[in-house]
Design a protein around this ligand. Structure first.
Ligand code: NAD
Length: 270
């Protein structure tokens, strides 16, 4: 079977460069090209060189329509506004899209759902195996414990991260809410400052820490009187997300249009 052609939008970003390395190292797939926003300082540079590898003979471009045309699947770790354009291109070109960008508004998420009726979209707030296991465990534990256990979700990321709480923290909140049979939007407490008052029974609280080059730490705390359970995942290198995204990209080819998650890719929803 020929190699799956994987395109990368945002190829000069932190995740983009990691993806170039992971796709180049993986069996059964190849980088088909990479784009950046118009005016980006690295346009024209070789993708391999950008990722610290030998030259790949592919220059970083800004024509994302051409990239979708030349790819079986495109991987998107960019910014929400750019991802909305990429969703339209996925539909137009019938190219699968692996979507890792976080911080989408409710309206942008609706656009993901609409596009996925006509194109194959794999979306995950976190593409690592460990975090997807943590999602399943959080749902299970919260379903077993009653609201005497207060649920708090703490995350820490590097100083450059622009959205908070992280998409993964929110996905963990969704999982914990699902376990309790409630809607996260009804119970989320997304920031305390000043005199917010006593904690409401049943709320799911979030705290976001930023600093240094922390790739991504997440802890789900279940705190009752005199006992506490903490489920923690720590990412040591963003290669774990890129590896998961490459697995998702290979899995997506030939799948019918629809919105899939990393839980589908890993077979956790089977
Ligand atoms: P980054 O800022 O290093 O990279 C984003 C890149 O996208 C930049 O190089 C930017 O120039 C580029 N870009 C912006 N507009 C573009 C356009 N129109 N076309 C092409 N490229 C464009 O950020 P990052 O750390 O790589 O993270 C990117 C996103 O991925 C964030 O939302 C982050 O939260 C998310 N993320 C998700 C996961 C996951 O597993 N789902 C893991 C890590 C990061």
């Amino acid at each position: 079977m020929s190699n799956v052609r994987i395109g990368i939008v945002g190829a000069a970003g932190r995740m983009g460069r990691t993806l170039i390395r992971e796709i180049s190292a993986a069996d059964g797939c190849a980088v088909s090209g990479g784009t950046e926003a118009s005016g980006h300082g690295d346009l024209g540079k070789d993708l391999g060189v950008l990722a610290g590898l030998e030259p790949l003979g592919l220059a970083l471009g800004d024509d994302s329509a051409a990239l979708f045309d030349a790819s079986d699947v495109v991987v998107d770790f960019t910014v929400p506004a750019a991802s909305m354009t990429h969703l339209k291109l996925a539909v137009e070109h019938q190219t699968a899209l692996v979507l890792g960008t976080t911080g989408l508004s409710a309206d942008e998420q609706k656009q993901v759902v609409t596009a996925s009726k006509k194109a194959t979209v794999v979306q995950a707030a976190n593409f690592s195996l460990g975090v997807n296991l943590l999602l399943g465990l959080s749902e299970q534990v919260s379903g077993l414990l009653n609201p005497d256990f207060d649920i708090e979700i703490v995350e820490m990321h590097h100083r450059h991260k622009v959205d908070a709480p992280s998409g993964t923290a929110l996905a963990l909140g969704e999982a914990a809410a699902r376990g309790r049979g409630v809607k996260l939007s009804d119970v989320a407490d997304r920031g305390r400052d000043g005199l917010p008052g006593a904690r409401k029974r049943g709320d799911i609280g979030f705290a976001a820490l930023r600093g240094g080059n922390v790739v991504g730490d997440h802890t789900v705390i279940f705190a009752a009187d005199n006992e506490r359970i903490e489920l923690t995942h720590k990412a040591g290198d963003r290669a774990i997300f890129a590896r998961g995204a490459v697995t998702a990209a290979q899995w997506s080819t030939g799948k019918p249009a629809g919105l899939y998650s990393m839980m589908d890719v890993l077979g956790f929803n089977a």
